[in-house]
Design a protein around this ligand. Sequence first.
Ligand SMILES: Nc1ncnc2c1ncn2[C@@H]1O[C@H](COP(=O)(O)OP(=O)(O)O)[C@@H](O)[C@H]1O
Ligand SMILES: [Mg+2]
Length: 304
Amino acid sequence: MLIFATSDKGGTGRSVTGCNIAYRRALQGEDVAYLDFDFGSPTAGAIFDIPDAERGVSDRGLHSYLRSGLEPVELDIATESNRESLRDMPPSSGRLVLVPGDRGGGEFGRSQELVPRCISLFNRLEQEYAVSVIDLSAGRSYAADLALAVTGDERMRQVTSRWLVFHRWTRQHIIAANGLVFGENGILEAGKLHGHDPQRLRDSIRFVRTAVVNLEAPQFTMGRPAQEAWSRVCNNDLKELAARNGLGLSTLLGEVPLDPVLQWREQIISDADVVVSKIANPATVEAFDAIAARLSEDSTWEGL
Ligand SMILES: Nc1ncnc2c1ncn2[C@@H]1O[C@H](COP(=O)(O)OP(=O)(O)O)[C@@H](O)[C@H]1O
Ligand SMILES: [Mg+2]
């Protein structure tokens, strides 16, 4: 199964949430690959805490593969990460690998040559991993267009592809996420040009809200009453706005609460961060875990 992680804007939490979902899915027992298709800024290595891949690798990254066909490296998180909790995943876990970009690789111009290379890479990963999460550059990027071209190709019809659109829980982000999917040159319009069946493509897209403020947290319930009341009004307005923009409950895959650890640092949240050091909130991990499980639950992906 291919999971394309997209967002209209940068800073949505696409990469941090995507990496944590990949990690949770591996903990659930499946082999997972994370592909850094954020070609202009391939920094997923920093989230997994792999020192030699913080800004991509010095050779045989995804850029090299797409440009010259050199097979990309697959970095095993269990051996490459500096984080003890990532090196010590329980035996019931699946493998978790990062396929990084090249350091300084840059964005690609449109080129038909990349489509067959991507098809063979995705098909190979599909044989080796139960789930591949592909973190795409933000907006109507070449990476997103490439993903639509590849998944619209006849040679990929047997592979299940799903799209997660990440957005913050704010006015601007809701409007932007709507535009990325339903707007001019959005995923649905571009998908049609690449041979996708519009209804099937629509059914394969779900939204993920990130860094959502918990209105039951003490700073609201025990803080200034006017602030709490105003926040509740805002939250209700956002719910209405989301529903009007096609981002309501029926297309929602999950919601990740604002977490203090992720506010300070882009990282994987381990169970030890919740239970031992107690720096992260249990609700954050519960959200990642639930989203990871829903990636393959039929009830989540029934036609709308
Ligand atoms: N649930 C969350 N709570 C608090 N901060 C978050 C949360 N999710 C992401 N962030 C932070 O938001 C910033 C942007 O996230 P990132 O994944 O880099 O976004 P993108 O990939 O969309 O550009 C990062 O500093 C990240 O740690
Ligand atoms: Mg990112």
